[in-house]
Design a binder for this molecule. Structure first.
Ligand SMILES: Cc1cc2nc3c(=O)[nH]c(=O)nc-3n(C[C@H](O)[C@H](O)[C@H](O)COP(=O)(O)O)c2cc1C
Length: 164
């Protein structure tokens, strides 16, 4: 049985809200706010689900920015990793979900296996660091403009992850 850990950073609660929904959708997953997470918390999981919003102009969420150092000190070899990101495509169309893209860029050569890339078709933005080879590197969510699509996107994404 795989051990699944959801790690999230959230400034005003949107990513936390989504992380809690994910936790309900994935039985046996455990929820970890990144501001309390240590290296040993990361090490105990086989499957990491990492969620960050984007702040400033295209930056990682503050707590996640700090947590990235811990993540980079941890041996991620062989772990499965899926990323989700929250952003606002209408106010920040040139940096939509850049935090998710920055996170991917930082850990992509750490020997983990990425799952859960996601099509860009249903979104309306100009540029995003989270788009690699024509797809988002993980699930992009927009609680500011499209909260009604979140449940549908989450359940499809979780199915795609084929966690079991
Ligand atoms: C000051 C500010 C800057 C933001 N910058 C970006 C951005 O560059 N790109 C983006 O996609 N969203 C941006 N957002 C939108 C947030 O990422 C979005 O509201 C998100 O849902 C917040 O999630 P959280 O409460 O989990 O931190 C910004 C929001 C604020 C208030």
């Amino acid at each position: 049985m795989k051990k699944i850990g959801i790690f999230y950073g959230s400034s005003v609660g949107n990513t936390r809200f989504v992380a809690e929904k994910l936790n309900d959708l994935i039985s046996d997953a455990e929820l970890n706010p990144v501001e309390q997470a240590s290296k040993s918390d990361i090490e105990k999981y086989d499957f990491l689900i990492l969620g960050t919003s984007t702040w400033g102009v295209g930056n990682l969420q503050d707590d996640f920015e700090t947590f990235v150092d811990t993540l980079l000190e941890t041996d991620l070899k062989g772990k499965q990793v899926a990323i989700f990101g929250l952003g606002d495509q209408f106010t920040y169309p040139d940096t939509f979900c850049n935090g998710m893209g920055k996170l991917y860029e930082l850990i992509k050569d750490k020997g983990c296996f990425f799952k859960g890339e996601w099509p860009v078709d249903e979104y309306d933005f100009s540029e995003s660091l989270a788009v690699v080879n024509g797809s988002f590197v993980g699930l992009a969510l927009d609680e500011d403009n499209e909260p009604d699509l979140t449940d549908y996107r989450l359940s499809n994404w979780v199915n795609k992850l084929e966690i079991k």
